[in-house]
Ligand binder design. Structure first.
Ligand code: ADP
Length: 646
């Protein structure tokens, strides 16, 4: 097994990792030698991206606290931005030089005197040159903006992810997970679209219109004024209508597809219930209705496009007719040259395209802006449990925990924990028992500082949790949740999760200590066996043992352990109970016990009910006292007897 060094700081979930895959000698992994030269050349011409300097710290850096805005995003790479600006200007001018050159060729080269072949040839060459310049500039511009977009998106993804790591547990409810996913996918993609083409197209088209209008006015003020007056108002009205109608249409399409996907996902997840209750036929009808709405929305947007595109083209043709009449008359009267009229015709055609594109790009722009707003809202969420600026390192602790008149509510108006007072001595195990919803897990979450108490204090070795850094606190705290989470990677990776630097020997020690050896021996590759998605290929008892080994390896002074509620077979239960014995030895532990058999083994038992601790004491004492615990115990004994007799 090559696990100590190979694992190092390497990421989870990347078996092999890029670094190793690209190493020479591995089959199919290196760059073929005949391509290497080309790759080297490419790499040489590739500008350096400094990479992101974001690292994780509990407190945001100055750069991250700047509010997200389009401007902030754009000015992050000023040199590239200037390059993009210059290229956009070059494109707008060079691509519109053609008609003007044509006009010159006609008026000066063909009509003046006996014609001037040399001049016409030179102008033709110039025309060609402008096309080449436009092409080259367009290529560079797409490269530059593509690169800006890629860099910016990379930074932004890291920034959002880092921010998420910093947020408190309260943020991560099931509902939020969907929202966060859509921020990271749809919204970041919208933004990418905007940065990649949207903004540059918007700038190019707007500039093109300015260039064309300027040239028209410079050529002939009167004709330019007439053209603009005839065409622009109609075009503006049509475009405003289109913008509104298409926005409405796209909203319907978006809603439509969202409903279709939601219905699809629901029927996939609920397939067992659907089948069991014979709902297939009704589901199909329901889905058809939803699909029908989606289809109608698509038809509507297609119709809107069908009116606008050809409509503006018609306007263009009408404009050309008017231009022919008016411009033609002017040519006959000698107030306009023929070449100039031709230029007017050519420019008129080109005038419509930017407007059509502008209207379309406007959608991209708006979506991008909306996405920035949503991402900004996400980045503006403050962690509820924030680290104090003057938080101190928590020195190695003995493990005394004191709840000092602690009250807490997820919603401050609805207290879940009320005035809890409890001292847990170093090395002591206290089991919390009580009905579901009593507040046992909440008490545990307060100790790990996933939430802060609304009033009162929690002290660890005499230090208020709020006065010490989270890193130093959590380094000495171990948490074993009810349903352990396994990450993509090997069993070994998962055990070493809290201490990636652990040596082979240490991992083996943890494995043996919790009695996981049998499982590891049975697994195909021992500790290197890959656990598939969230460990679904392992039994729940095995997952639990891995979580216990993980906690053992982390060697925390204080352990918070939520016992699994799932029914384990007798043998797994025995293995886990002995693993617990090893794990809890010499540690302070809070044990949320769902089985009285587990609770009985603790030094003391605290009965939690409706957010209060109603009884505390060792098992024997509580049974003797004849209170709540004694009642629970009596019921449990009766039930065990009944099941034994069966
Ligand atoms: P126990 O662990 O004893 O079953 P909990 O501590 O999980 O109980 O829950 C105590 C109360 O707090 C319950 O009424 C539960 O509905 C509520 N609660 C638990 N988690 C949350 C949460 N994230 N947001 C709001 N209320 C919660």
């Amino acid at each position: 097994m090559t696990w100590g060094g190979g694992m190092g700081g390497g990421g989870f979930g990347a078996p092999g990792g890029f670094g190793r895959a690209a190493a020479p000698g591995l089959p199919f992994a290196g760059i073929p030698s005949e391509l290497q030269e080309g790759v080297d050349r490419l790499l040489e011409s590739e500008p350096e991206h400094a990479g992101s300097e974001l690292t994780f710290d509990q407190i945001e850096t100055a750069d991250e606290t700047r509010r997200l805005s389009l401007w902030q995003i754009l000015t992050k790479y000023p040199a590239m931005l200037v390059a993009a600006g210059v290229l956009v200007l070059v494109i707008a001018i060079a691509s519109q030089a053609g008609p003007e050159i044509t006009a010159q060729a006609i008026d000066r080269g063909m009509l003046a005197g006996h014609g001037n072949f040399g001049l016409v040839a030179m102008l033709a060459g110039l025309y060609l040159l402008t096309i080449v310049v436009t092409g080259v500039a367009q290529r560079s511009q797409v490269q530059v903006t593509g690169r800006i977009a890629a860099w910016v998106m990379h930074d932004l993804r890291i920034r959002v992810f880092t921010h998420l790591q910093r947020l408190s547990l309260g943020f991560f409810t099931a509902e939020k997970a969907g929202v966060v996913m859509s921020r990271m996918t749809a919204d970041i993609e919208n933004l990418q679209q905007l940065l990649q083409d949207g903004l540059s197209q918007l700038a190019i088209q707007a500039l093109t219109m300015v260039v064309i209008t300027t040239v028209l006015f410079a050529t002939n003020v009167k004709l330019a004024a007439i053209t603009v007056l005839l065409i622009v108002p109609a075009l503006v009205i049509a475009s405003i209508w289109f913008k509104r109608a298409s926005e409405r249409g796209y909203e319907r399409v978006r809603d439509g597809i969202a409903n279709v996907l939601a219905d699809l996902s629901e029927s996939l997840h609920g397939v067992r219930i659907v089948t069991a209750h014979n709902r297939q036929r009704r589901n199909v009808v329901h889905h058809r209705n939803i699909l029908g709405e989606y289809r109608d929305a698509n038809i509507y947007t297609a119709q809107v496009n069908a009116v606008y595109g050809p409509g503006t083209q018609l306007l263009g043709v009408l404009g050309q007719g008017a231009l022919l009449a008016i411009g033609g008359t002017m040519v006959l009267h000698g107030s306009l040259q023929l070449g100039q009229l031709v230029a007017f015709f050519l420019y008129l055609n080109r005038f419509f395209q930017p407007i059509q594109l502008l209207v379309q790009q406007y959608n991209t722009f708006q979506q991008g802006q909306a996405s920035i707003l949503k991402l900004r809202t996400l980045l503006d969420v403050e962690p509820e449990v924030a680290e104090a600026a003057d938080a101190r390192e928590l020195a190695p602790i003995d493990g005394e925990i004191v709840f000092d008149h602690v009250s807490f509510g997820y919603d401050p108006a609805l207290p879940v924990i009320e005035d809890v007072d409890l001292r847990i001595a170093p090395g002591e195990t206290v089991a919390f028992v009580g009905p579901t919803g009593a507040g046992k897990s909440t008490l545990a979450k307060l100790v790990t500082r996933f939430y802060d108490p609304t009033s009162g204090r929690i002290l660890i070795d005499g230090h208020d949790l709020r006065d010490v850094t989270m890193r130093s606190l959590r380094r000495q705290l171990g948490v074993v949740p009810q349903e352990p989470f396994l990450f993509a990677g090997t069993i070994g990776d998962n055990i070493a999760f809290a201490r990636p630097t652990a040596t082979d020997a240490e991992i083996h020690e943890a494995v043996t200590a919790v009695g996981l050896d049998g499982v590891v021996a049975r697994a195909s590759d021992g500790l290197d066996t890959v656990v598939h998605e969230r460990g679904q290929t392992l039994s729940s008892g095995e997952r639990q043992l891995i979580a216990l080994a993980r906690a053992f390896l982390a060697r925390p002074r204080v352990l918070v352990l939520d016992e699994a509620t799932s029914n384990l077979d007798l043998q797994s239960e025995t293995t886990i109970e002995s693993a617990l014995d090893v794990l809890l030895e010499n540690r302070t532990a809070i044990l949320i016990a769902h089985r009285l058999s587990t609770a009985m083994r603790a030094d003391r038992i605290a009965v939690v009910d409706q957010g209060r601790i109603v009884e505390v004491g060792p098992h024997a004492e509580l049974v003797e006292r004849g209170g709540r615990y004694a009642e629970m115990y009596a019921t449990w004994v009766r039930q065990s007897e009944v099941s034994e007799h069966r």
